[in-house]
Design a protein around this ligand. Structure first.
Ligand code: TRP
Length: 326
């Protein structure tokens, strides 16, 4: 079974990204044939700083590997290194009605926030469909916010297959929110987010131990002192979920262990658990990010693996739509 999921090289990754996506990819890589493009082409659909994008792309590659994605086991690559992505996207754009893209909820939201925006912002989901269809991915694990994009990718695959004959695997989106939802430590009603959240409430994967301790200690907790989850206690509930995730236990087990401990002690222990979870990643990241040649070599190897498949898919597509073989 082939699984593909892309990740944007924008924003520093936080505990929620790690638990919700990265850690799952790491766990699943041995059971499936996993592809993970770092989608830098998607990152230029809104204005970007060139140096920042370059750094962020390498930072993310190092972070994913430091988190445990093994480039010898899965296929980790930079999207722009494989020229078939925009080439397939063009063909798919020509099969996608303009109105369908204009109505996509994410496009409407993002474009409404700006006086002027690029055509790329609108064709973004078609490029995403190309990412998926190029590799005959069976399953695409993503967040709930990607549901419309996945539906579009399925529609495009089906439309192409109907018109030109069986060519693409129709991918299945999975939206399972496995494990906890990690909320902002300062406003535990909202998801942890680098762009929308609070600085103090967002634990970055690469935060040094003292920063993690400071953030967890300052977490907003609710009145009361019992370490138990409750709807009216989103702060302590979040910390219990975080503890469960960090120590690989159920929230029930965490409650049983700390119920009578009081918030202060519990926070200290959560902080240490998160440090233990993230610090090995930070250290490995430091090593890898400090070896640019090694990192470049890994990404070249990933691009080569991806390219071998993408090249064949695109050739099949070109043949189907009527292009002359070069
Ligand atoms: N749009 C996705 C996001 O913002 C990123 C993405 C690009 C992606 N291509 C993909 C996800 C292909 C899954 C499959 O998170």
């Amino acid at each position: 079974m082939r699984v593909l999921s892309g990740i944007q090289p924008t924003g520093e990754k936080h505990l929620g990204n790690y638990v919700g996506a990265i850690r799952r990819w790491v766990a699943e890589q041995h059971e499936v044939d996993a592809f993970h493009p770092i989608v830098d082409l998607h990152a230029i659909t809104v204005p970007q700083d060139p140096e920042e994008l370059r750094e962020a792309t390498l930072d993310l590659a190092a972070l994913l590997i430091a988190s445990g994605l093994d480039p010898d086991v899965c296929t980790l690559f930079v999207q722009s290194h494989v020229p078939e992505h925009p080439r397939l996207s063009w063909v798919l754009e020509c099969l996608t009605p303009y109105g369908e893209l204009r109505r996509m909820p994410q496009f409407r939201e993002k474009s409404a926030a700006q006086t002027s925006f690029s055509v790329g912002l609108m064709t973004y989901p078609v490029l995403q469909a190309a990412d998926i269809l190029l590799y005959d991915a069976d399953v695409v694990p993503v967040g709930e916010d990607q549901r419309q994009h996945l539906e579009l990718a399925r529609d495009i695959a089906q439309r192409f297959n109907q018109r030109f004959g069986e060519t693409f695997v129709v991918p299945e989106g999975t939206y399972g929110e496995l494990g906890a939802k990690i909320m902002d430590l300062q406003s535990p009603e909202t998801r942890m987010s680098t762009s929308l959240g609070t600085e103090l409430g967002t634990v970055k994967v690469l935060d040094p131990p003292d920063t993690i301790r400071r953030k967890v200690r300052s977490a907003v907790t609710d009145s009361g002192r019992d370490v138990v989850r409750a709807e009216e206690k989103p702060g302590i509930t979040n910390l219990i979920e975080i503890m469960a995730v960090a120590t690989d236990e159920t929230p029930e087990a965490v409650e049983a262990r700390y119920a009578s401990d009081g918030y202060g002690r519990f926070k200290e222990e959560v902080a240490e658990a998160v440090v233990e979870l993230l610090d090995p990643i930070r250290l490995r990241y430091g090593e890898l990010r400090g070896s640019p040649d090694r990192l470049a070599e890994i990404l070249a190897q990933g691009a080569e693996k991806a390219h071998a498949i993408a090249r064949e898919t695109l050739a099949r597509v070109h043949e189907r739509v009527g292009f002359v073989t070069p």
